[in-house]
Design a protein around this ligand. Structure first.
Ligand SMILES: [Ca+2]
Ligand SMILES: [Ca+2]
Ligand SMILES: [Ca+2]
Ligand SMILES: [Ca+2]
Length: 671
């Protein structure tokens, strides 16, 4: 029996191959639509023109069900729209055989504009335009070609206002505009449940109406949604004003613009809702001018606690100075609860606004963030002007935070610890960020660049970074830390504090603890206490300690170097050098002879556009900080990553090049 079946199978296969040799493999039918008419099936029949509805039904049937059109093959069929103009679909909705209302697609099909102008398919405000059946997932595409296809004015009931692509279908939209569509729950322009490519296309002014679900422009609930070279603009939804990507779906946004969309809850531009697979925003994409009421003006991610939800942003902009994303709640540019956000090379988060916390970025709820080679500039919030982190572990490196503003604490960043979270900051520039602490909401606080607070435990480690021109505004005796207002466990190594100011503690200051703060090989230069309470370091804290070693304190621009000097918590021992300022009496008096704040190089990649975190170089061989024998346990390399020599210099800069230059001068210069 088996042998007989094998022979039958073999002969059937041979017969098929022979048939292919004679006739070629099955070729899809090409159905040319040469009419813009839509009407009842009876009225379309026998008029000698092939209407779109007849063509779709022939393809669904795989036959010449309607004699005005060629027969459908059922495999690889193609519809050519040969007449430019507008087709308005008519007939009752809630019908699923393409006989009225929406065109229900049950077989694979390519719909292409072959006319000499734009073709518009209008849903008539009656039903969606293209639908399908969950029992018939299909591979399909709409190709507008040179002149484009517009899908407009569809109304989709629950899901898919203009287009519904059912689970496990694949869909390509190329050169298609989807506009003015409306839906109750999911995807006003498009609701899709399979791999979807949107290229050279526009989704504009679509509306998702109900107080649940979302996707003003597009909702993807399964498969990869790739949006390339496209524009998503002016759409509105509950979650995801522009795009909502949920659970089994993931997003790739490539060289696309998401702008002027609005969410009545979260994710004005994009909402990632418990995504189980990583998403990417990349390659020149811009998310700007979007808004959300609750959180994530530009992007929101509600993370999954069991599967790591992850978003990577690279070479893309979230916000711009004249195109802020904004929210009445948290995370003007980007908000995440849970999950992991990675901001990579070439990301800019600029000009975003949150009435709550996190002007640029807000993260909380067992979340994780990595920021690399990123610029965060001129974002504004009540707390954490650039970044707000709560119950979040983080890494920030080779980045630039400039001109961010908090009405409360943490102009650059607010780090709220709770359960032992860690934040590592390295090779990063913090410049001209401001905390404008105001009485009322926050009775104490500060941190022009970084504010650490919270009732639990946590650790902040800062190294190889520049803090310059950061400020805590106001005059309260409770406002501390022009650069850093630490709490809990903080280490500061190989960093430069220059020209920062606060009422108390111009560079570093705090007013409550518990603290365990270690500062090693730092340079404090020309910081100011506007209340004369510690130009460089100030404290009213009574718990914990701040230990400063191997550091330089020079030029107390206003106030004494340390305040109060006798506080047991502040320990600035003889391994430090001080100049042009009082207090810090254990430090040894001497002129370190420093140059101005300048980019003196580095060994890392440097921050985008501005290079390396700046340093004050030791510029004279008579510097009191040069090869200082009192130093103990210096950092092995300096702020720039340059290895220190045998006897380390105090401060963040090791004068290795200076010494080489001097040797060169002595040996070879004739005069
Ligand atoms: Ca006809
Ligand atoms: Ca239908
Ligand atoms: Ca229908
Ligand atoms: Ca040295």
């Amino acid at each position: 029996m088996n042998k007989l079946r094998d022979i039958r199978t073999l002969s059937a296969a041979l017969g098929y191959l022979l048939a292919c040799l004679v006739t070629g493999p099955a070729v899809g039918a090409v159905l040319v639509v040469d009419s813009l008419l839509d009407d009842s099936m009876a009225n379309l029949a026998g008029n000698d023109t092939c209407e779109l509805r007849e063509a779709v039904r022939n393809i669904n049937a795989g036959s010449a069900l309607h004699e005005d059109c060629p027969a459908g093959n059922g495999v690889d069929d193609e519809i050519l729209l040969s007449i430019a103009g507008t087709i308005v679909l008519v007939g009752a909705a809630e019908e699923n055989a393409a006989a009225s209302g929406d065109l229900d697609l049950l077989e694979d099909v390519v719909i292409r504009n072959s006319s000499d102008g734009e073709v518009t398919i209008d849903g008539g405000g009656n039903d969606r335009i293209f639908g399908g059946s969950v029992f018939n997932p299909i591979d399909w595409s709409i190709e507008g070609g040179e002149h484009g296809i517009v899908l407009q004015n569809g109304v989709g009931g629950f899901a898919g206002g203009c287009i519904e692509s059912v689970r496990d279908s694949t869909l390509t939209l190329d050169s298609v505009t989807v506009t003015g569509c409306e839906v109750g729950f999911d995807g006003a322009g498009l609701n899709t449940g399979g791999d979807t490519l949107i290229i050279n296309s526009v989704f504009s002014n679509n509306l998702q109406t109900e107080g649940n679900n979302g996707g003003g422009g597009i909702k993807a609930f399964a498969g990869t949604l790739e949006i390339r070279d496209s524009v998503i603009a002016g759409n509105e939804g509950f979650r995801g004003g522009g795009v909502q990507v949920a659970q089994e779906a993931n997003l790739i946004l490539d060289n696309s613009l998401v702008t002027d969309n609005h969410a009545r809850e979260s994710g004005g531009g994009v909402d990632l809702y418990f995504p189980e697979n990583p998403s990417e925003i990349r390659n020149g994409s811009r998310i700007e001018g979007n808004s959300a009421v609750v959180e994530g003006g530009g992007v929101a991610m509600l993370g999954n606690y069991t599967v790591l939800s992850e978003l990577l942003v690279e070479h893309s902009d979230i916000g711009r100075l004249d195109g802020a994303n904004q929210t009445e709640g948290q995370g003007g540019g980007l908000a995440a609860i849970g999950g992991k956000i990675v901001l990579g090379e070439g990301t800019q988060v600029v000009g975003n606004q949150a009435d709550g916390s996190g002007g640029g970025i807000s993260m909380r709820g067992d979340a994780e963030i990595e920021v690399r080679r990123t610029v965060l500039a001129q974002n504004h919030a009540s707390r954490g002007g650039g970044i707000y982190l709560y119950q979040t572990n983080g890494l920030i490196e080779d980045s630039l935070l400039v001109g961010n503003l908090a009405d409360g604490s943490g102009g650059g960043l607010s780090f709220q610890v709770d359960k032992g979270e860690t934040l590592t900051v390295q090779r990063t520039i913090w410049r001209t960020n401001q905390a404008a602490v105001y009485a009322g909401e926050f009775t104490s606080g500060g941190g022009g660049a970084i504010h650490v607070d919270g009732f639990g435990s946590g650790q902040l480690d800062v190294s190889e970074s520049e803090f310059s021109g950061n400020q805590v505004l106001g005059d309260s005796s409770s406002y501390y830390g022009g650069a850093i207002r630490p709490a809990h466990d903080v280490s500061i190594r190989n960093s430069t504090f220059s020209g920062n100011s606060a009422p108390n503690g111009g560079a570093v200051g705090w007013n409550n603890g518990p603290n365990n703060i270690i500062v090693n090989n730092a340079t404090f230069y020309a910081n100011a206490s506007t209340n004369d309470q510690g130009a460089q370091i100030g404290s009213a804290g009574t718990i914990g300690s701040l230990q400063v070693t191997n550091s330089i304190l020079v030029f107390a621009a206003q106030g004494q170097h340390c305040y109060p000097d006798t506080h047991t918590g502040i320990q600035v021992d003889q391994t430090n050098v001080k100049w042009q300022g009082g207090n810090c009496d254990q430090a040894v008096e001497g002129d370190p002879m420093l140059g101005p704040l300048a980019d003196n190089g580095g060994t890392g990649p440097g921050a985008p556009d501005v290079g390396y975190p700046q340093t004050h170089a030791i510029i004279d061989e008579n510097s009191a900080a040069l090869d200082n024998p009192l130093t103990v346990d210096c950092e092995p390399a300096d702020q720039r990553g340059v290895l220190r020599n045998d006897v380390c210099d105090q401060g963040a800069y090791e004068a290795v090049e200076f010494i080489v230059d001097e040797v060169f001068k002595d040996r070879f210069e004739s005069n």
